[in-house]
Design a protein around this ligand. Structure first.
Ligand code: ADP
Length: 625
């Protein structure tokens, strides 16, 4: 029987896989949940069992010691189990809350471990949003699995206990095959039992069907919950709470546009779905109440008749009635929860899709052994296309950088400079050709082998909302004098010395109200200091100074030239003036290397470089050329 396109066996395997994964978030928590379920499920049965003993005894021998012993045993047992369950309940609820952070940490770790190119894939970003949104807005996925495990275990256990109680107390001995036509006779014959079994099965089947329909409807509603959440968050967090967007909202009178978009895409469909679910639920509840009254009546008549003709004790009327009611509930809960588990598999599949995305090999960016040693780069006939792009971003690029050499890569926007350095860093895999650093092949899968040789500053670098010291060192523990030294080299030490907490000063206000905001240029200086602190053999600076004015850029490039004296260095800059001190200049155009040579060679021959130089030369004083 397929549901959501999966067979029962496939669903069972997924549930098992989900439970195993759950164990990696919160080890032992499911076991605790099962013990808790068994205890809470057993408590009502103690009361029922004890009451039946008391009534039986009162309607027969009325022995005081039996009455006292059964009441005391029931009270003590109920007290102990209630106490234990209350204690466990706290851990069960805390476990559920912890699940959310454990789940988010797991997704974040995955995002850190996966191949960089996957992070840029829009579909994968959407998948991540969906997986996070599912659990955060409705507990779907691992959250539902948690509670469903509890419910299904309780239902199974309760069903077994009810059947055992019925089998041992329903007065099977003395049952006749035929009956005389009276109700008493019918109740005492196998037909009475058959009628009871049929009532249980029909009632459980009807209520299960109805409740699982509700679960299907709510699943349908909540399936879209993550999407609604995304829209709502986009407008609330990214659009309305952002001061830059707030300017546009006011200047272009976008208020109504936004309100209607949010209403149409989010609140109205959500409210409609919610209403559909509530309508179905209330109809369902009415029918269920009627059904339970009818079933209750029929069971009472049957069991009452058996009691009247003496085939069961009075006390057992209550016991059998309760056992039948609980058995119907157990069957209904089982089917309902199982429906939910199968629906929930839709969410688990998305989770596992994300968790199974291809990863880089274990990153050893912190492995600094021989990091500072020589770095030679060999790019050999490399071609590359971005995911989903028809055009080559790099076409048959070959390049050799000897140890200690400084090269500049120049070219118009979109000519492939950043792509080339990203491939050298192992962020993407070349479609054709190979890249080697110190004879080690660089690939997205094997980025760890080369990360230690790289000190990189990209144009789109990012700093963390943590202290300056942690940002520069990329570590919680750091060498203060080395951090100060790095900051001094980029010319921002004086500024940091003025901050009250100096290296402990937080950047930005995300985690610290006293965090400082930096200008674009200051942030770039800190990013460059971070690369200096790492002190690897190969420096790559991809327009790291774009936010600086030409003088500050020249100053930094000159300093970088000093800092990277013995290091292999790749500079990418729009300002060709900065290329003058490089050993070699590589000119790129349309993903290819179109010229290579020293500044002095290239500037005097017709070609891209001299064109660019002449276009920029008017900004430089004559003596500089
Ligand atoms: P440059 O650094 O010289 O400005 P890039 O290497 O950034 O050039 O870009 C080279 C080409 O690859 C351009 O056509 C650009 O549009 C494309 N490109 C860059 N990044 C991506 C990306 N993440 N996905 C798809 N195409 C990209």
């Amino acid at each position: 029987m397929k549901k959501n396109g999966r067979t029962l066996l496939e669903d069972l395997k997924l549930i098992k896989r989900g439970m195993k994964e759950f164990g990696t978030f919160l080890p032992g928590q499911l076991r605790l949940l099962f013990i808790y379920s068994a205890i809470t499920m057993a408590i009502p049965y103690i009361g029922i069992y004890m009451t039946s003993i008391v009534i039986n005894e009162l309607s027969s021998q009325r022995r005081i010691w039996v009455l006292t012993a059964s009441v005391s045993a029931a009270v003590i047992l109920t007290f102990i189990l209630t106490l234990v369950s209350a204690f466990m309940n706290k851990r069960i609820s805390v476990g559920y809350s912890q699940l959310f952070s454990a789940h988010e940490i797991r997704l974040n770790e995955k995002a850190n471990a996966m191949k960089y190119s996957l992070l840029e894939d829009e579909k994968i970003r959407e998948l991540r949003d969906e997986v996070s949104g599912n659990i955060n807005c409705s507990g779907a996925g691992m959250g539902s699995l948690y509670w469903d495990c509890e419910s299904i275990f309780k239902a199974l256990l309760s069903g077994v206990i009810s059947i055992l109680l019925l089998a041992s107390h329903a007065g099977i001995e003395g049952t006749t095959v035929s009956f005389s036509g009276t109700l008493f006779g019918f109740a005492n014959s196998v037909w009475g039992y058959l009628a009871l079994i049929i009532i249980i099965i029909i009632s459980a089947a009807v209520s299960s069907k109805m409740t699982s329909r509700i679960f299907d409807i709510s699943f349908d509603v909540f399936k879209n919950g993550a999407k609604y959440n995304r829209y709502a968050n986009y407008y609330k967090l990214e659009y309305l709470s952002d001061d830059k967007s707030a300017q546009d909202v006011r200047l272009y009178s976008q208020k109504n546009l936004i309100r209607n978009e949010v209403l149409d895409k989010c609140y109205i469909p959500f409210a409609e779905g919610d209403k559909r679910e509530k309508d179905a639920s209330s109809k369902n509840n009415g029918i269920m109440l009627l059904l339970s009254a009818l079933v209750g009546g029929a069971v009472y008549i049957l069991v009452g008749a058996k009691a009247m003709n003496g085939s069961i004790g009075l006390g057992n009327v209550l016991l059998i009635y309760s056992a039948v009611t609980l058995l119907i509930k157990a069957l209904t809960d089982f089917v309902m929860t199982f429906t939910d588990l199968r629906n929930n598999n839709e969410h688990l599949i998305r989770y596992f899709d994300y968790i199974s995305l291809e990863e880089e090999s274990e990153s050893s960016a912190k492995d600094t052994s021989d990091a500072g040693r020589a770095a030679e780069v060999r790019v050999d006939h490399v071609s590359f296309k971005y995911l989903g792009s028809k055009n080559y971003a790099l076409k048959n690029v070959s390049l050799s950088i000897d140890n200690g050499q400084k090269i500049a890569i120049v070219g118009a926007n979109g000519s492939g400079k950043t792509t080339l350095v990203k491939l050298i860093c192992g962020l993407y895999d070349a479609a054709e050709g190979t890249i080697r650093i110190n004879d080690t092949i660089v690939s997205a899968k094997n980025r760890s082998g080369c990360g230690k040789w790289l000190s990189v500053v990209f144009q789109d670098f990012s700093l963390l909302a943590l202290s300056i010291g942690k940002n520069v060192s990329a570590s919680q523990e750091y060498d203060q004098s080395k951090v100060w030294d790095s900051l001094e080299k980029v010319g921002i030490k004086e500024k940091i010395l003025k901050y009250p907490k100096r290296l402990e000063q937080s950047l930005y206000k995300d985690y610290d109200d006293e965090g400082v905001d930096l200008s674009g240029g200051e942030a770039q200086k800190i990013a460059i200091a971070r690369s200096i602190y790492k002190d690897a053999a190969l420096f790559i600076l991809d327009e790291p100074t774009a936010a600086l004015d030409p003088f500050a850029e020249y100053e930094i490039f000159t300093k970088m030239n000093e800092i990277s004296q013995d290091k292999t260095t790749i500079f990418i800059s729009h300002r060709l003036y900065s290329c003058k001190f490089c050993d070699k200049v590589i000119v790129m155009d349309g993903g290819e290397i179109v010229q290579a040579g020293t500044h002095d060679e290239l500037v005097h021959i017709a070609g891209k470089y001299s064109e660019m130089w002449n276009a920029q030369a008017r900004h430089y004083v004559k003596d500089d050329i």
